[in-house]
Design a protein around this ligand. Sequence first.
Ligand SMILES: *Cc1c(COP(=O)(O)O)cnc(C)c1O
Length: 461
Amino acid sequence: MESGLPFFSFIAMAQDCKNNSEIKGLPYNREPCAQLWCNPALETQAVGAESSIISMEDVGAAASRLVRFAPLLTKLFPELQASGGLIESGLVPLKGAYPALAESASHGRYWVKTDNDLPVAGSIKARGGIYEVLAFAETLAERHGLLAGAADYGVLAGAAARACFGRHEISVGSTGNLGLSIGIMASAMGFRVTVHMSAEARQWKKDKLRAHGVTVVEHEGDYARAVAAGRARSQADPQGYFVDDEHSMDLFLGYSVAGLRLRDQLAEAGVTVDAAHPLFVYLPCGVGGAPAGITAGVKLVFGEAAHCVFVEPAASACFMTRLQNPEREGISIYDAGMDNRTEADGLAVPVASELAYAQTRHLISGVVTVQDAVLFADLARVQASDGLKVEPSAAAGFSGPRALVGTAEGQAYLREHGLLAAMPQANHIIWCTGGAFVPAPEYEAFLERGRDYLAAWQRPS
Ligand SMILES: *Cc1c(COP(=O)(O)O)cnc(C)c1O
């Protein structure tokens, strides 16, 4: 960007942010700004380097497994008939002006990846969680000869397979959505399922699981404690299988398939991704498995032309904390002075996944942190502009572009990476991660809260 002109307004906005953060104790006076922290460990040539353990072959093999299971999934879930048994979301252009950057035509095009609407599980957890259940089922099916002579995996809906699966218990620790994806999938196949829920988990998620025949165990503490309790109990059961959100390679691989799917969707939309057409992907981050898996897939597919940015609640920024402390494995947000008090239940996580960290610490461009109020405001804005139904966690991605183009840190990142001139040809993908299953009264309350913030911020102060 030699002229400097098109970006002037955002530099002015960065100034505003500075003033705003000084208004301590008055967070609702004006819209709080998202903050961007750039990752100094980002390596532009890291793709395929030692640090990333998975390869394109691994991602391709994961995608093939999902294809093998498609005939079974169409049997179990009639809503998958239209997609031939594949669980995938849309890539849709953002209809409304990008919130709070209405004047930003010069920053390229905005897209929404609608994982908020993913069939079967209603959230991004459909990618990793369902994949892991299928991987375990395939292992059992092969071990017990359930696939011998079968035309396709549809045979696994039969009585013999269900009897076999019913002898095994799958368990998982979850803030809610992972439990839903594992619970719905595994119970549909005939497994016994136990979900260990943390204190943040919403009542309706527990109710929905119980309605699917899942055993829900409620824990007093935070997410890390629910996982630890579930892991300990499952290890005591020889027929037990624990889906370990903090360490699971299968979850990670399931998420990574999104890279291949995105490649096809962008191609279909006629979108070019290369040095002159950079791709920015904004991913809400909890423990880090979902955004890291997707980042691994996206970077394998697009290499340096893709820039992946994680977005976390300011009170629960565990992945940023881990990236900022490379020497401190297992560091928690409490060590960094955060309190985990966020209503973004899917992101209320105190400690990052070490696997996700190790896989992607050189691939992540940066981390954006956001106040809860902005999550609610964005949830209401995208409902009004695009008719999208998202939960608070799932609205986090909308803060991504704002932080990238609207802060001094973001401008520095773009300048350092030689991206300023290419920005008019950029594509921004805001990953919406959950919401389809939120009950109407709960969703109405979210909306109302978001509209209240928006009204308050419009009031002259
Ligand atoms: C779980 C979840 C995420 C983040 O996934 P992690 O693997 O925990 O980082 C984001 N959004 C929603 C709605 C989720 O449920």
